[in-house]
Design a protein around this ligand. Structure first.
Ligand SMILES: NC(=O)c1ccc[n+]([C@@H]2O[C@H](COP(=O)([O-])OP(=O)(O)OC[C@H]3O[C@@H](n4cnc5c(N)ncnc54)[C@H](OP(=O)(O)O)[C@@H]3O)[C@@H](O)[C@H]2O)c1
Length: 324
């Protein structure tokens, strides 16, 4: 099979190669998936660059990318699934050597979720991390109907799904973006340009001084002071990144006196029944045609290095997806 891989950390153009490998055979409990689309997330790129704290090559060869979509081609012992089922994949690159940047991948059957017919493979390759992180950040404490949610960075891959999923759950959504174009991309009707406006002041004005019940946070450190001002008593801040300040000083007593729940979440640990609840919600929204997706074409496997560079450049609006 054709696959993209690296055997040492480094710059995309230096370490990513494309070549031939044996098609893997599904073990007990696994499915073999013919991959049609492979989604690239910032974490795949950071892993390949060796940018994670304490990074060591855990395997001699790594096929990158956690997310993808394709068709089940064979099943291992004990798996009761139909061959030819269309599926989207999650955690294919989490603590595993071989992810979705290949014509085939084997993984536990649970990590291949039915993809509704009205949803393309490229769209399905955006779910494992962007869509499920958004769901996790919004719904890990139960329903959000009637709440006011601030989604910071609503034009990001996670943020855009969070804006949509919050609205679908009956919440009022306010987002922060850096331009009008990004505001449109976010799909949120109420937005603030966080580079130009005082976000705390704007949110308090928009909410009549009440603040917000929940924040879906793309940069905890950078926005901590603002969040503390606008979060309601007993609110939740669900943060999935803190890139500008990776070890921010925590305003403990500020949060404590407001009885705030700080959730630092990572999609890779959304597993088991909680993942299944997210899958069920996503499937319902997909079947109803209620979600729009932002796919940025990343070419084919031969273009894998350029596709990684596109993610690193940070200019794209959506998930870079490679056709396999
Ligand atoms: N914990 C997890 O499970 C998890 C899951 C997915 C992603 N992540 C991490 O989350 C980060 C974003 O990922 P992504 O795929 O969503 O990236 P993305 O598509 O590049 O989006 C990032 C967005 O964040 C916005 N942003 C950056 N700093 C901001 C700030 N201080 N306030 C408001 N908005 C801000 C950017 O807006 P402008 O460009 O307009 O400034 C951009 O729209 C990455 O570090 C990624 O590794 C973590």
């Amino acid at each position: 099979m054709k696959a993209g891989w690296y055997e040492t950390f480094g710059a995309a153009s230096e370490v990513l190669v494309v070549g031939d490998m044996e098609v893997p055979a599904p073990g007990p409990g696994e499915v073999l998936v013919r991959v049609h689309a492979s989604g690239i997330n910032p974490s795949d790129v950071k892993l390949r660059a060796g940018a994670r704290p304490g990074a060591v090559m855990a395997y001699p060869r790594i096929i990158p990318h956690s997310d993808g979509a394709g068709v089940i081609e064979a099943v291992g012992d004990g798996v009761d699934r139909e061959v030819d089922e269309r599926v989207w994949l999650w955690n294919a690159g989490w603590q595993r050597a071989f992810g979705t940047a290949a014509e085939y991948v084997c993984l536990p059957s649970d990590q291949a979720v039915r993809l509704p017919d009205n949803t393309s493979f490229a769209e399905g390759a955006c779910f494992g991390i962007p869509a499920m992180t958004a769901w996790y950040a919004l719904y890990s404490d139960g329903p959000i109907e009637g709440q006011t949610v601030l989604v910071t960075g609503g034009a990001g891959t996670v943020g855009r799904y969070a804006c949509q999923m919050a609205r679908l759950g009956g919440a009022r959504v306010i987002t922060t973006v850096s331009s009008e174009e990004k505001a449109r991309h976010s799909t949120a009707e109420e937005w603030i340009n966080y580079r130009e406006a005082d976000v705390a002041e704007a949110v308090m004005e928009m909410t009549g001084g009440a603040g917000v019940d929940r924040i879906v946070e793309v940069d905890f450190g950078a926005n901590q002071a603002t969040s503390l001002e606008i979060i309601k008593t007993s609110g939740v801040i669900a943060s999935y990144a803190s890139a500008a300040e990776m070890v921010p000083p925590l305003q403990f007593y500020g949060f404590m006196f407001k009885d705030v729940t700080l959730r630092m979440l990572i999609a890779y640990h959304l597993i088991g029944d909680r993942h299944k609840r997210g899958e069920a919600a996503l499937t319902e929204w997909l079947e109803a045609g209620a979600l729009s997706h932002a796919v940025v074409p990343g070419g084919t496997l031969d273009d894998i290095a350029a596709a990684h560079e596109k993610v690193e450049a940070g200019e794209k609006l959506g998930t870079v997806v490679i056709e396999v």
